[in-house]
Write a protein that binds this ligand. Sequence first.
Ligand code: LLP
Length: 421
Amino acid sequence: MHHFTYKNGVLHAEDVSLTNIANEVGTPFYCYSSATLERHYTVFEQSLSELDHLICYALKANSNQAVIKTLSKLGAGMDVVSEGEMHRALKAGVSPKKICFAGVGKTKAEMTAALNANILSFNIESEPELHALSQVASALGKTAHIAIRINPDVDAKTHAKISTGKAENKFGIAYEQARQIYATAAKLDGIDPHGIHMHIGSQITDLSPFKNAFKLLRELILALRDDGHNITHADLGGGLGIPYEETEQSPPHPQKYAQIIKDTLGDLRLTFIFEPGRLITGNAGILVSKVLYLKQGSAKDFLIVDAAMNDLIRPTLYEAYHQIIPVNEQANDTPKRTMDVVGPVCETGDFLAENRELAQLAPDDLIAVLSAGAYGAVQAGTYNSRLLVPEVMVKGKDFAVIRPRPTYEDLINQDQLPTWL
Ligand code: LLP
């Protein structure tokens, strides 16, 4: 459920007309709804109420300070994957005691920064990384609380580029090697291996991969406890999918997800950490764009709009479907035509939708690309020297620009000329 609805024939974010925002901010822009962010967080949190838990929002999905702060005010911790993300979380006022640091390639500089910030936990992805962290922590006279990420070799049945729990993926330690690496970790200086971590992929819409993975995790936790390790927390990652298409069956409700955790791991006296990203922000954001031209090709029709692949890369990178609706509501019987919705970037891969049935639209009409709150603005770039799209947050009747559109001067001034030119 989200708060982007038509009121008097115009699409609104909560109580604000998107036409009004477009008039003030210009197009394209991302728009987030605070009420939707809060609702998604709260629904997830309430579903987990019977489990001892901490939600560490995966801020890679949307790392704007306003988004982080909205969630941290509700009690959220943060899952970060770089020093930059850690600084974003700290700057927004998140307690370091609610920050987990994940990622396959943490540098020693990043480990130092995170240890000095006294974060909650590191999720360790390889044996060499474990040794590096031990060296850094010992040198600083600190203890790193860690969880080791297990790769259960489970097929999450999602897009290949966002599946992370199969043996051929770069993530985690093979299930069979887990006991040996915990034995190593227990002997290392500066390391306290009291947790276990797993994240099998993203946009998962079927609960069975989670169930299979959690069953394996259960066996492993019991074996590790038999080996003498005091495993007190299990970080179950993120990955729960969201509805992108109006017609598709809704992905499982968080309550069903919570139920399988209770069934598989509920009796193990664990504190659980969850790292949802898309579930919280995905349907809390849209990308608003303006129609530039309608072009009738010899084989296809194209709706050329002012947003492009550099603003929202998901359609071309993951063949992702994003619903597109007009900002001015159209009658149900308005004639439709099938078009590719494309941007101005000089690549055939620059599309927001292919072969999409849309009502008639004319130049200057506004469209909204839905479900763009996660992995939208954060994956944007300036290819073709296009400016990063501004971000706007709505709360009730108010809206605020939470990242302004840069100027061309800002863009070009990032370059520096060498002395010989
Ligand atoms: N935890 C870890 C260790 C992760 O790698 C990820 C996502 C998450 C949590 C959050 O997963 P979520 O709840 O959002 O599914 N750019 C892609 C998605 C990449 C996901 C990367 N890892 C997309 O646009 O679909």
